[in-house]
Ligand binder design. Structure first.
Ligand code: RB5
Length: 140
């Protein structure tokens, strides 16, 4: 997990929720409401997924846009900004999103939980969607 100051409270609420569900959580910060820069926390979270230290991520900032833009600079990351449960299900089913991104300033706790649950419960469908995500990385 990672967030900036705008997402830190939601991150800590979701951390408790996920811990109760039995997930082992790596928290890359931030850990206070002091103003900070989301890339400082997004890059380490993305690297942990790319190198296999973490299986998937849940990240947030105020709008979700800044942290999503940062995460998606990593070739191995498919970060999906989701503000309703159906988007989170489809992000896993069709895009095999390995990071769920939330707009923390625009969600209630209950809405965020519904979105997280939708992401966790969905399964990648493979097939034509595998072919499509294989074409996402920029070829050098
Ligand atoms: C912080 O004020 C805000 O700009 C940040 O959380 C995020 O929304 C940026 O995309």
């Amino acid at each position: 997990m990672a967030s900036d100051h705008a997402g830190v409270n939601l991150k800590s609420e979701l951390k408790q929720y996920l811990a109760q569900k039995g997930y082992d959580i790596l928290d890359f910060g931030t850990d206070s409401e002091e103003s900070c820069d989301y890339p400082d926390f997004a890059h380490p979270a993305a690297e942990a997924i790319e190198n296999g230290t973490a299986d998937f991520g849940i990240c947030m900032c105020g709008t979700g846009n800044g942290i999503q833009m940062t995460l998606n600079k990593h070739q191995g990351i498919r970060a999906a900004l989701c503000w309703k449960p159906e988007l989170a299900s489809l992000a896993k089913e069709h895009n095999n999103a390995n990071i769920l991104v939330l707009p923390a300033r625009f969600l209630s706790y209950d809405e965020a939980i519904s979105i997280v649950d939708a992401y966790l419960n969905a399964k990648f469908e493979g097939g034509r969607h595998q072919r499509r995500i294989d074409k996402i990385p920029v070829k050098k």
